[in-house]
Design a binder for this molecule. Sequence first.
Ligand SMILES: Nc1ncnc2c1ncn2[C@@H]1O[C@H](COP(=O)(O)OP(=O)(O)OP(=O)(O)O)[C@@H](O)[C@H]1O
Length: 564
Amino acid sequence: MLRLVRARVSALPGGPEAGKQTERPKSGPPLVLLPSTPPVPTTERILQRGIFEINGRSCDVVLSDSALRWKPIQPEHPAAPAVGNSKCDFLSKEEFIELKDLFSVKLKWRRSAKQQKGGTLLGITLFVCMKKEQNKLKDYILNLNNLSEDHCALWVKDLKKILTEFSNRPKSLKVLINPQSHKKEAAHIYYEHVEPLLKLAEIKTDVTITEYEGHALSLLKECELQEFDGIICVGGDGSASEVAQGLLLRAQMDAGIDTNYILTPVRTSLPLGIIPAGSTNALAHSIYGVTHIETATLHIIMGHMQTVDVCTFSSTGKFLRFGFSAMFGFGGRTLALAEKHRWMPPNQRKDFATIKTLASLKPENCEILFLPAKTSQNFQEGSRNEHKTTESDYNNQWQKIQGHFLNINIMAIPCCCSMISEGLVPNTRLNNGSMALIIARNTSRPEFVKHLKRYASLKNQFNFPFVETYNVAEVKIQPRNNCECDTGEFEFHGTSSKKNYPWNVDGDLMEVVSEVHIKVHPQLMKLYGGHLEEMNDYKKVIGFVTILLQEAAIKCITIQVQQF
Ligand SMILES: Nc1ncnc2c1ncn2[C@@H]1O[C@H](COP(=O)(O)OP(=O)(O)OP(=O)(O)O)[C@@H](O)[C@H]1O
């Protein structure tokens, strides 16, 4: 039975919400649902007992190696009500915090405005990470008031010792800030909302504000990383992808692997934390289930970590890059066109390119080879689409599809955004060792636009006769020279015999002359963030965002669809 009590909650990974403000921590316990009896592990070792004033009441406080518990001291009164009085029961209820949710301890002093040190000791302040609704994490303050310096010093010593024993928690971080992200707010977001919490948690930081595109990548390839426990990227998807690339390349270099031919990459040792500050934050949204600055920061501080699948992209045996998702056809052409119009403001550029690419929609003639994933998944639940993949269907053999395709999407991770609240691939996970392959065969423009529009709707995303979905481990896409595709707005670079086909990999333009081989590598890197299973309503927020076909573009398509 659950009962509403004033107590603390354990902090666990986070969910959908896009507020960027870090609210000030509030003292005082929140109302939460907890089991009527807090768990008391039998192995709990008592470290300290004492009396503190908490929320204006004198309390018996017990510190064990796993929790801090307190209970108001009941005044002895002859006319005290008998056991069973509900108000009295409530007032004497034991409250607690689990120490795994504690992230900082400080002595609390009363000081004059000008005073830097000393003053009158008031007690101890505990900073606790708390799980809030919709997967958000929040810090709050618990004050244990006691004027005895000796008493408080003993408690602080024990509490700090407990904090040092959380080995997953970072003590030193390398921070990379992209000052150009979105509305150029990344540095402000970091210094106003992230750094104060890192300081509170006594995490050392080494900050670099990037000066040009590719700066983070070259820095990570060369710089001394031994002193750091993790790398933090403050920016959008482009920045996060660049930093992930840098970390992965560095791991291969350190392992002595030739980065021109990466067949079986080694894992990164340092985890990556993303502070969402871009125009699209699909990666951060997928990891935290929310694009909330404080939640992201607290996941990093608390050392919540998960492993994530990453793909290698190679062509004719040569390694090209790492990535999480890719688009070929419409998605690649749109990005290529947007890149040609860099002088336009980002959102305008993306809208313009989307509309213009739609206006001269052309299919790609290609051959698709794919190796079905070992774990069979039906990521089109509820759809009547007939192209469901199961292991037995394909018996782990390479499969071939040929024809004219308007768009091909490949995703190793769920990509989330606030607009696409439920997903195109609702069962895709960050670390299930497979990729979603979604192909749209040639069709009329109105039908294709309908399909694009359904990315933003919740039902039957694949329920079109021209859309096929597969769950795969590897894909090879071989464009076949096709004169119909070479004309118009989308000039390919190079001669007619050597065309560069545009790909959109995590929002970056990649131009490749021939076949591209994409292979998923399970759990190749660690990211700070919550475990998906623990996220509330995760299924409701995961979905596919094509990185390029982001919110503004979808809105724009919706507006323009009537015109086609
Ligand atoms: N100082 C800089 N000047 C110019 N570009 C930079 C700089 N630092 C990083 N970049 C590049 O800016 C690109 C885009 O950055 P980022 O992804 O952070 O922002 P965004 O474009 O607003 O967000 P999103 O990619 O989510 O749409 C990245 O690919 C990164 O390599």
